[in-house]
Design a protein around this ligand. Sequence first.
Ligand SMILES: [Zn+2]
Ligand SMILES: [Zn+2]
Length: 133
Amino acid sequence: MTDEDFEAWKICWQVNIAFHIPIQQPQTCIVCSQVLEYGKGIRRSVFWLDGTRCSAGHGQAKREELEGAVGLGVCGTCDQTYTLDVVMGKIKCRRAPCRRTVRVHKAEVQRVLNQPRDENPHNEHLLNEHLLM
Ligand SMILES: [Zn+2]
Ligand SMILES: [Zn+2]
């Protein structure tokens, strides 16, 4: 990885961190298809879902795919480069038969990054989770 790539990767990682929420259910990774169970207090990024759209406007999962006993996500390993891969135009829409390039959903990314931490719905989600424990 060149210095320039590393700088880009760092920015992408900061964006990705803002999309982390606590998760409750096991998840199938949309990149490597591994099914992983997560313990309490584990947070995973929803950037792949909330922070992206393909050029036809598709989100990367249908609601019903997220509501089963096993949800969808990006595993810790694939998430190291997922955001950068989106920025570089390497990810294709997973909504068959689309296959358009997945892009950063700029408005949503800006909205999440601009929110004060205590008004961030992802943080509110975290707070609710905390109160339930
Ligand atoms: Zn994976
Ligand atoms: Zn699409």
